[in-house]
Design a protein around this ligand. Structure first.
Ligand code: SAH
Ligand code: SF4
Length: 349
């Protein structure tokens, strides 16, 4: 099979799978599908299948992502994977275990074309879109690693801009919902503000949560942090958010990386409150993680508290996400930079 034609196990539809099993009893398709999606088994581990069939399937449908490294935080609650895909692309995934939930943060692209100045993925540039199968492989790996802990949440907050790779992302969302049994309200798509994507999302049947990475609440500042703002400025963006809320009734959240002296002033809190309150948006604050290409500091803890209190005083629901290895869901988009700072240890295989 040529490289371009490579299909991983999760790139197949049920019909495709049936096409690979023409001489097998009909129940085999269900059996393999259930093992892939119900139990997230690897093909070679499907011991309920005849040995030869298992070997043939494993051979024809080798995974698209190869694990380069797996690391785990010292407290065991965070696991991070680095994968290589075709064309030497690197992709990262993080599993976070909390007392009440287990969340996987998946990548939707290798690199990102959006060029946000403060983001390590953006600084690296765009490599390629991931396929639906590659996104699902990340979820399956997290489900296996969680062991007895059921994976409850999927967030598209890893590398890449999910709404710039809409079809693959939505293909994965529908499978995660329908075949892996994770409901839409436990799936979050994070976007920097790709308007056509938000509008399309509003027309879908499944009401996923929408997170918008805002970082600035006036166009002048946002243009400098998020180049896409020049194309889709705040007015149309917040209007699309409102339409999404009306259509789906899901909670909207704004992500805000606090950058010292840039977007952490009282006037910034005031402007942000002005956008968040009418939309009842929940604001997630995270101090900026320094990246090689953007040598500005994150806001210090006292400044973070002050900004949070300013927002709360203005009636905005606000959560602070800390830069702990176990609490990285708000900013796993810059995993590469953060990985160096996490107390992660390689997991022997
Ligand atoms: N491209 C999408 C999905 C990635 S989510 C998006 O931008 O929303 C990754 C999250 O981490 C985004 O909210 C992003 O703005 C944030 N982020 C990126 N670089 C960061 C940094 N250096 N420090 C803190 N947060 C960062
Ligand atoms: Fe891309 Fe999101 Fe990073 Fe911006 S913040 S460069 S959209 S991954």
């Amino acid at each position: 099979m040529s490289k371009a034609a490579h299909r991983g196990p999760y790139d197949l539809s049920r019909e495709d799978l049936a096409g690979l099993l023409p001489d097998e009893p009909r129940y085999r398709v269900d059996q393999v599908w259930q093992a892939l999606y119900g139990q997230s088994r690897r093909l070679e581990e499907m011991t309920g299948l005849p040995k030869e069939l298992r070997a043939r399937l494993a051979d024809e449908l080798s995974p698209s992502l190869t694990m380069l490294a797996e690391s785990r935080s010292t407290d065991g609650r965070t696991t991070k994977w680095l994968w290589s895909g075709s064309g030497r692309s690197a992709v990262e995934t993080v599993l976070m275990l909390y007392p009440d939930r287990a969340t996987v943060c998946v990548s939707s692209q290798a690199g990102c074309a959006m060029g946000c100045s403060f983001c390590a993925t953006g600084q690296a540039g765009f490599v390629r879109h991931l396929t639906t199968g590659e996104i699902l492989e990340q979820v399956a790996a997290a489900r296996r690693a969680g062991g007895s802990r059921r994976l409850t949440n999927v967030v598209f907050m890893g590398m890449g801009e999910p709404l710039a790779n809409y079809d693959s992302v939505w293909g994965a969302v529908t499978r995660i919902h329908a075949d892996m049994g994770i409901s839409a309200r436990h799936i979050t798509v994070s976007t920097v503000g790709v308007l056509p994507g938000i509008r399309r999302l509003a027309r879908e049947d499944l009401p996923v949560n929408l997170a918008v990475s805002l970082h600035a609440a006036n166009d002048r500042l946002r243009n400098t942090l998020v180049p896409l703002n020049k194309r889709y400025p705040l007015g149309p963006l917040t209007e699309a958010c409102r339409q999404y809320l009306t259509a789906k009734g899901r909670r909207l959240s704004f992500e805000w990386a606090l950058i010292s002296g840039v977007n952490d002033r009282p006037s910034d809190a005031d402007e942000l409150a002005g956008l968040a309150r009418p939309l009842s948006a929940h604001v997630n604050l995270i101090p900026l993680n320094p990246t090689p290409g953007y040598q500005v500091r994150g806001t210090d803890p006292a400044g973070v508290r002050r900004f949070r209190d300013d927002l709360r005083a203005r009636g905005v629901n606000t959560t602070v996400r800390r830069n702990r290895g176990t609490d990285i869901d708000a900013a796993c988009g810059q995993l590469a930079a953060r990985a160096a700072r996490l107390p992660l240890e390689p997991v022997p295989h």
